[in-house]
Design a protein around this ligand. Structure first.
Ligand code: GDP
Length: 538
């Protein structure tokens, strides 16, 4: 059944077509510290997508419904974006996939998984705050994943930090050299506009929020701006030249190698700079390309279909509980109804119910290409991290789990609901909502849940009660630190009454410690023990 990697699949589109479609794809996520403007920017991008649709641009199949604003209304009513997965729209001659990430740091494990499914990130920074805690963590994750980052300094309409100082902060704290594509004229708060450093035009900032492209299109030639903007223009051009002398001009190779980050100045709420972000994605961000597999090889985009599950969600449709596995297409042409192989079990898997998810609205996905996201409905055999493929086997690297820092022992509040309890916990484990740890000592009906952030427990409680009809009782455990260990060490640790060893459902043995001090003492007394750090993403 196997075919040469670069050959034409027996079914599906020819390699040339797959390569061409992959080249058009830009798949990215917007990430930021909470409050920097992620929802605002996403909305502005959606408006843009909507504008394109209503303008009658060819946009997939005929009869596509204008779902974007419906979704927005729903998300706004809820106040927090919890159910969306990805939206797709055409821009210029590219197809943009914007994959949503949760806003709250407690769900950083989900964010990490999303970042494994995209090819670039747009990092929003609040102009008045600079780099915040979550900004730094996310920059770190991007570096670990080698993900190119486009940095957007947002809220430039308001008083903020000095632009050069911000560039310095980025350079010294992230190790990335900022290469501004635009440079502000006038200081934050008295914002006149930006210089487009590639064309030397002045893009005037206007306060008229509204049309999707209005603010960005007010371009003024250099000479006109020089006479109209006076001192502010002189300062800005001098600073821009200085950046050039310091080697801070955009360079495609170092950007793709995650050594430099192009920077844009924006005011998302006024739609300023939004179109420029799209242009930057199309012009500079990488297209969908060959993907590294678990064996260290590469899966070329033109090989037969393959993808991996980066997110699983259930209960998305209120009328009946369902289970959707979101797959990032890595290679080949996805065709609805095709039979794929589930790498973990070797079993065939039918893709009859494939959908593009457009927020909560769905439409049937008849085909998809490398870089696209498809939702497979009722794909309950698929877990987060699983690979699927057509004809030519491949397994993508497992999605790493974070080190949990909060632990709760749980059991069913109603002892007659053991079955529902078990099913619910397993399901939430599959979805990656929570880590499930067990030990013989505690027994099967009393697992320990491990979380990166405490809000994950709230989700578990809510879902167990409402989705599975098995309310839980839970008890906080006094542990803060988890270390990976092995059987031999676990045996020795078993004699220490202040340390508990549990097995995570992926088979990893975790030793839990109450304080850093406890851990240090154990290491000192037993230097022979295996106690490995589970760093973020390890
Ligand atoms: P998120 O938590 O990152 O999703 O941030 P939001 O999009 O919810 O924005 C947080 C707050 O910042 C909201 O009150 C927005 O209206 C405001 N905001 C977002 N972008 C801008 C901007 O460009 N300028 C100004 N002045 N406010 C903004």
């Amino acid at each position: 059944m196997t075919q040469p990697t670069t050959g034409v699949p027996t079914t599906g589109a020819p390699a040339t077509e797959i390569t061409a479609e992959a080249r058009r794809r830009r798949t990215f996520a917007v990430i930021s510290h909470p409050d920097a403007g992620k929802s605002t920017l996403t909305e502005a991008l959606l408006l843009h997508a909507h504008a394109i649709t209503t303008a009658g641009a060819t946009h997939g199949k005929a009869g596509r419904r204008g779902t974007v604003s419906d979704w927005m209304a729903m998300e706004q009513a809820r106040g927090i974006s919890v159910t969306s997965a990805a939206i797709q729209f055409e821009y210029r001659d590219s197809v943009i996939n914007l994959v949503d990430t949760p806003g709250h740091a407690d769900f950083s494990e989900d964010t990490y998984r999303v970042l494994s499914a995209v090819d670039a990130a747009v990092m929003l920074v609040d102009a008045s705050k600079g780099l915040e805690v979550q900004t730094m963590k996310l920059f770190d994750v991007c570096r670990q994943r080698n993900l190119p980052v486009i940095t957007v300094i947002n809220k430039w309409d308001r008083p903020g930090l000095d632009a050069l100082a911000l560039m310095d902060e980025i350079r010294t704290r992230t190790g990335l050299l900022p290469t501004p594509l635009t440079w502000p004229v006038g200081v934050a708060g008295d914002f006149r506009g930006v210089i487009d450093r590639s064309t030397e035009e002045f893009i005037r900032f206007t306060r008229t929020a509204g049309g999707a492209t209005a603010a960005d299109s007010d371009r003024v030639p250099f000479e006109v701006a020089a006479t109209e903007e006076g001192e502010a223009w002189v300062t800005a051009t001098e600073e821009s030249e200085l950046l050039g002398e310091e080697g801070q001009d955009h360079d495609e190779a170092t950007f793709l190698a995650n050594q430099t980050t192009p920077v844009l100045f924006a005011a998302a709420v006024l739609n300023f700079g939004v179109q420029h972000i799209l242009d930057t994605l199309v012009d500079f961000a990488p297209a969908a390309e060959a993907r590294v597999d678990a064996a260290g090889g590469h899966r070329p985009v033109a090989s037969p279909f393959s993808g991996f599950v980066f997110k699983v969600q259930s209960g998305m449709n209120a009328s009946h509980r369902d289970y959707v596995a979101f797959v990032r297409v890595c290679s080949g042409q996805f065709r609805r109804g095709m039979i794929v192989t589930h790498a973990a079990s070797g079993r065939p898997f039918a893709t009859k119910y494939a959908q593009h998810l457009f927020g909560r609205e769905r439409e049937v996905a008849d085909e998809a290409w490398p870089g696209d996201i498809v939702g497979l409905v009722n794909a309950s055999a698929l877990r987060v991290g699983d690979s699927i493929f057509e004809s030519e086997p491949v397994e993508f690297p497992p999605l790493p789990m974070f080190a949990p820092e909060h632990f709760r022992a749980v059991r069913s509040a109603d002892s007659s609901k053991h079955k529902q309890f078990r099913r619910g916990i397993d399901q939430l484990d599959h979805e990656g909502v929570i880590q499930v740890l067990r030990s013989d000592l505690r027994g099967d009906q009393a697992p320990v849940l491990g979380a990166v952030g405490p809000m994950q427990f709230e989700v578990v409680e809510e879902r167990m009660t409402h989705d599975f009809g098995a309310a839980i009782r839970s008890e906080s455990l006094p542990y803060q630190i988890a270390r990976r260990t092995n059987r031999e060490s676990a045996e020795i640790l078993g004699h220490d009454r202040q340390v508990e060893v549990l097995m995570r459902s992926d088979g990893t043995l975790l030793a839990l410690f109450s304080t850093p001090w406890r851990l240090r003492n154990t290491v000192r007394d037993h230097p022979e023990l295996m106690l490995e750090d589970l760093a973020a993403g390890a």
